[in-house]
Design a protein around this ligand. Structure first.
Ligand code: SF4
Length: 326
């Protein structure tokens, strides 16, 4: 291995340099579906947060370069304490995770003794450590079916409302939202549907009810990708972070894919946190093996229990990332 340095200039062939550093550092690069397309293309595996954490565990490499947001890399570290987990940008946060700080959450939970605490994976390690079971958008319904009331659900109120509706139940809900998924405009979506009368609207359950009610299919990011690929439909309006369109176009190049419109004439359907990561920062992270994610051991062990419980409760559920490598 060459010496770790961050002072050298960025190489012109960034992709080639990243591929070389992956070998030198014995690293696997994992990228979330919401990353820039060039990061998705250089990654070994592309998927949602849980798929990637599991892929990190299965990888033989000793270094995981996690291109996503902070809580995702933390989850990878919780499951892989013996591996070095680096991120391109330590400041890449998430409005859901950041909007549910652990000390406030602990205080709030005191009001609900006897409740099972179910937390969406989009939360910090410290919040996971206060939870009984973790869910993802693809596993929330399956897991909550197995848990009797009373239930506290955090931190996404839209995902909670979606599962409440599906199961005909009510939970005590922490009122968090995703800045990206709450931005879609119902009015503009209706206009877009009129322009594309044959297109089916598909949406992520982090979207608000007013958007979900217009969707023919609601599912996690991975489920939306699979749906577009397998469906006989030819045209889709996609209401989630626009980064997923890259994998959809790769998997189903013959289909028409239209991004659902945000409320203003902005790029609000692009996650600003995810897009903090760049190829340059990924190169630097691999070069210097920094910034690295650390989780205090006491918190890690407490946070791992509800994640393990989720894995047990979803043992039969297929969770396959998209591979650039088999
Ligand atoms: S898209 Fe929303 S939920 Fe996902 S990382 Fe960005 S802010 Fe968080």
């Amino acid at each position: 291995m060459t010496s770790l340095s961050s002072s050298a200039p960025i190489p012109v062939d960034l992709e080639g340099a990243i591929q070389r550093l992956k070998k030198e550092r014995n690293a696997v690069v994992l990228a979330h579906y919401y990353q820039e397309s060039e990061i998705q293309d250089v990654a070994d595996f592309v998927g949602d947060s849980l798929e990637l954490a599991r892929r990190g565990t299965a990888a033989k490499e000793t270094v995981i370069a996690f291109c996503g947001v902070h809580f995702m890399a933390e989850t990878a570290k919780i499951l892989n304490p013996e591996k070095t987990v680096v991120v391109p940008d330590l400041e890449a946060g998430c409005s859901l995770a950041d909007g549910c700080p652990a000390p406030l959450f602990a205080e709030w939970l005191e009001r609900y003794p006897g409740h099972t605490v179910v937390s969406y994976v989009n939360c910090s390690a410290a919040v996971k450590a206060l939870s009984d079971v973790i869910v993802t958008s693809s596993s929330a319904e399956v897991i909550l079916k197995q848990i009797p009331d009373p239930v506290v659900f955090a931190p996404d109120r839209n995902l909670a409302a979606w599962v409440e509706k599906r199961l005909g139940r009510k939970f005590v809900v922490w009122p968090g939202t995703c800045v990206v998924h709450e931005t879609f405009s119902e009015r503009k979506l209706v206009e877009l549907m009129a322009l594309h009368p044959d297109a089916e609207v598909i949406a992520h359950p982090e979207c608000e009810e007013r958007i979900l009610k217009l969707a023919g299919y609601v599912g996690s990011t991975s489920a939306l990708l699979k749906y577009v690929t397998a469906s006989a439909g030819r045209s889709f309006i996609v209401a989630t972070e626009e980064g997923i369109l890259h994998q959809m176009r790769r998997a189903a190049p013959d289909k028409e894919l239209v991004a659902a419109p945000p409320d203003e004439s902005c790029s609000c359907n692009t996650c600003p946190h995810m897009k903090r990561n760049t190829m340059e920062k990924l190169y630097r992270a691999l070069e210097g093996l920094s910034p690295a994610i650390e989780v205090p051991e006491k918190i890690r062990l407490r946070a791992k229990k509800p994640i393990d419980r989720m894995l047990e409760m979803t043992a039969g559920l297929a969770l396959e990332p998209t591979g650039n490598r088999s």
